[in-house]
Design a protein around this ligand. Structure first.
Ligand code: SF4
Length: 365
């Protein structure tokens, strides 16, 4: 069954005229994109429906809060279409389109006309990877690489597989949630994945389920087809207000992912990206929700780390006690920071590491 992409808010059937008019202004600034499968998961009678929160624009997006590139990815762009931040991992931005646009997307700048961070011609990126033998992982991202034709995707994967030192290819994709039919209806895609996910060098699909209700029959079918093709799956989600910011929902997401063989991998502090004001939750509240969600789930379901994807590295939020919050570098750009622990005084209004940085208590190497 084919599904229709929906890019104009007036095409969304469940909204009132008043809602549509209000939303129209937002989409002038931050684009809207969905499809009829994903919209069918929304309960429009529920004004707080979490799936609607993910995909339907919200008036807070115009609050004038946040930065275009909150994690300063521009600092790590080494050639057109390639970012290299951590020694072993390179990111190729291969497309500027997704199956839908998450309202809280941290990279929504690339959907704006004129942005050229995602490229068609990946040859500069491939040359860069060839010259850097420490790169063992390449993440295909964007945008959603599964939006490319299978032929183009194979062409990219083949070129990466020809580089000996690259072992893992990751595909960052929300299509198992947004549009599982992309995977279900294309056996040739599965053939490609099977061919290049080898016994010793796997392809990983870094999937993006935010809420347990996205794990539909179709989504699970798509995930199982990926597994059958030899692809490993791991889930990344930001913690988003009104979507998964309560412990029961997050625990249920962790549980359902683990049941389906998807590793809960990262939970991200929502980045202070332009338009994200209404979606973000303060750091310490995020930590409390995350900690509480993990209390009643199995070890397999609690493998996720809670991290801030900061310009200086991936920084895990590891604890809070009395008046202090504890962080630890999980991945550091500067090796001097590797595994460094940061301790800050509690600041319940902090949304990002920088909101603490002025008042460091101590830093341990
Ligand atoms: S799938 Fe990822 S890149 Fe695409 S809109 Fe959502 S968060 Fe952004």
């Amino acid at each position: 069954m084919n599904h229709r992409y929906i890019t104009k808010i007036e095409q969304v059937p469940g909204l009132s005229r008043k809602d549509r008019d209000a939303i129209q202004q937002i989409t002038n600034q931050f684009r809207f994109r969905a499809n009829d499968y994903y919209l069918s998961l929304i309960d429009f009678a529920d004004s707080n429906d979490p799936i609607a929160r993910i995909i339907i624009p919200d008036s807070t997006e115009l609050d004038g809060w946040g930065a275009t590139d909150a994690s300063q990815e521009n600092l790590y762009t080494k050639a057109p279409g390639i970012q290299h931040k951590y020694l072993s991992t390179a990111v190729l931005l291969v497309t500027d389109i997704c199956g839908g646009f998450c309202r809280f997307c941290f990279r929504k700048r690339i959907f704006i006309d004129g942005n050229e961070e995602a490229v068609r011609d990946i040859s500069p990126g491939i040359e860069y990877i060839k010259k850097h033998p420490k790169i063992t992982n390449v993440l295909l991202s964007g945008g959603d690489p599964l939006m490319l034709s299978t032929e183009r995707l194979e062409n990219i994967i083949r070129q990466i597989r020809e580089i000996d030192h690259v072992k893992i290819i990751r595909i960052g994709t929300k299509l198992p949630a947004f549009y599982p039919h992309r995977i279900i209806n294309d056996p040739s895609l599965l053939d490609v994945l099977k061919k290049y996910s080898t016994r010793e060098t796997k392809i990983y699909a870094m999937v993006h389920f935010n809420h347990p209700r996205e794990l539909t029959e179709q989504a699970l079918t798509a995930v199982n087809l990926l597994h059958d093709a030899g692809v490993i799956t791991a889930n990344q989600t930001p913690l988003i207000k009104g979507v998964n910011d309560d412990p029961d929902t997050l625990a249920e997401l962790f549980r359902r992912l683990s049941f389906a063989g998807i590793t809960p991998y990262y939970v991200f502090q929502c980045r202070p990206t332009a338009g994200n004001h209404g979606y973000t939750v303060p750091v310490e509240r995020t930590f409390e929700v995350f900690k509480e969600a993990k209390r009643f789930v199995s070890g397999l379901a609690k493998r996720a780390k809670l991290v801030i994807s900061h310009a200086t590295g991936k920084i895990e939020i590891i604890g809070k006690k009395d008046d202090h919050v504890f962080f630890k570098y999980h991945q550091a750009v500067d090796q001097k920071d590797a595994s460094r622990i940061l301790i800050f005084r509690s600041n319940p209004d902090a949304y990002w590491l920088d909101d603490y940085a002025e008042q460091a208590v101590s830093r341990h190497g």
